[in-house]
Write a protein of this length. Structure first.
Length: 456
């Protein structure tokens, strides 16, 4: 809500809303009271003139309709109430009796026996016409009451209600502003605290008070968000630090061999060939590192495409094992899988997933070690288990093995060429397929990775 470029605060908007709602309620309530009271006073006047006319008729019956000029005031004067007036006219239209010479001219031979109200300008009258027939004689009896006192009371009541409405609206506005201000104090506190938080103060948290009300829930939500932001920044900083570290080593190697070629490789063929071979190896490792970093980045950004197709699981495992034996031909790999087993998934991603797990098993299993691969259908899922009898993983390290750049044995990871990204990518691929990956391992006895993904 803006007034000529001025933006109203929440406190002011809520206070105005309170005032508007309260004024609407007061107007409706007061209008109902005024209308109801007016209805009551008018119909009370109808009852009065009806009763008064009944009394007049009874009095005429007592005198058998014979009215003399001597007894008219005595006969009718005491019967007329305050602000009431009486007119009696015979059947020929001659006025027989009138209680006041200043009566308003109202037709006396219409609306017989029906109480009627007249409202014109400042004139407010309730009247009734009666007809009395006695033998060959008859009279029209008109009784009416001036409602000026009733309408004066209604006007006075209206003014009092209007004044009280204005006072009530003002009181509701200031009370609403005050109460809203007190209720929003925690919001002001949260605004100040959140403004004070930057990347160097992500460990700061809002204090959560109250009995689980909306504002305490908001503060708790802010704290949860700050927890996630702090964790994200920590992981981002660790990621950048690790990437810098991983790239520094191959870049240093590349620089060293380039300088070696520059100094001696021009004249020494052996040095040249050795340097070129080392450069190719480092280039391949950097390429693998960059590809895996890009895959993780696309996974984080939800842009990694999953092209699911039905394929044979046994054929894929056999293909991966055949490729692995080219390098690790001295290790024993056995496959236990139904040759007709199929799954609907991204074949390339699943191949990368199984290759990562199998590669880890081969690297950390001694010569003549045994690796077994099991695959079967379990409850509309396909479960693949890769089990080895290698060095195993310490129990306290297992919760962290899927973290990026995490290495269980740093020294041995350098020997085996590990970057600490493989299992992170494996977990990402499993999650993209809506599956799960479980690890069981015991130091110096081996490890078992169980991968479960939906079959369809």
């Amino acid at each position: 809500m803006k007034i000529k470029g001025f933006k109203l605060s929440i406190k002011l908007r809520i206070a105005l809303l309170y005032a508007i709602i309260f004024s609407f309620i007061l107007i409706v309530l007061n209008a109902s009271v005024l209308y109801g009271l007016k209805y009551y006073l008018v119909y009370q006047a109808f009852d009065d003139i009806q009763n008064q006319s009944d009394v007049i008729v009874e009095k005429l019956k007592e005198v058998d309709g014979i009215i003399t000029s001597v007894d008219k005031d005595l006969l009718f004067g005491s019967l007329i109430g305050e602000n009431m007036y009486l007119k009696i006219v015979d059947l020929q239209g001659k006025i027989v009796y009138v209680s006041s010479p200043h009566l308003i001219d109202i037709s006396y031979d219409k609306n017989i026996n029906t109480p009627t109200k007249i409202e014109k300008d400042e004139t407010h009258i309730a009247y009734i016409n009666r007809e009395y027939i006695y033998g060959n004689k008859g009279f029209y009896i008109q009784v009416y009451e001036d409602l000026k006192n009733q309408y004066f009371f209604l006007k006075l009541l209206f003014v009092m209600m209007a004044v009280s409405d204005v006072i009530g609206v003002l009181v509701s506005f200031f009370a609403g502003y005050f109460i809203t201000g007190r209720a929003l104090r925690p919001v002001d506190y949260m605004v100040r605290e959140v403004h004070a938080i930057d990347e160097k103060k992500l460990n700061k948290r809002l204090s959560v008070n109250g009995n689980n009300d909306e504002l305490s829930k908001l503060a708790a939500t802010f704290n949860d968000m700050l927890d996630r932001l702090e964790d994200y920044f920590k992981r981002q900083n660790a990621f950048i630090s690790n990437v810098s570290h991983e790239l520094r080593t191959p870049l240093s190697v590349l620089k060293g061999y380039i300088e070696l070629i520059d100094r001696w490789g021009k004249d020494n063929k052996d040095v040249l060939e050795e340097s070129i071979g080392a450069l190719k190896k480092e280039e391949q490792e950097m390429e693998i590192l960059i590809e895996r970093l890009l895959m993780l980045a696309r996974g984080d950004n939800k842009t990694l495409n999953v092209n699911k197709k039905l394929f044979n699981v046994y054929e894929l495992i056999a293909e991966i094992v055949r490729d692995a034996k080219v390098i690790f031909n001295e290790k024993n790999i056995e496959i236990f899988c139904d040759k007709t087993l199929e799954v609907n998934a991204d074949r390339n991603l699943i191949k990368e997933l199984l290759r990562i797990i199998l590669d880890n098993a081969l690297k950390y299993t001694d010569i003549d070690g045994n690796i077994k691969i099991f695959a079967e259908e379990v409850d509309k899922n396909v479960a693949v288990i890769i089990k080895d009898d290698g060095i195993g993983i310490p129990e306290e390290e297992i919760p962290y093995i899927f973290d990026r750049f995490y290495r269980v044995d740093k020294a041995r990871s350098k020997e085996t060429g590990g970057m600490g990204l493989g299992l992170s990518i494996a977990k990402l691929i499993v999650e993209l397929h809506g599956g799960s990956i479980e690890v069981r391992s015991k130091l110096n006895e081996g490890s078992e990775f169980k991968i479960t993904i939906p079959k369809v």
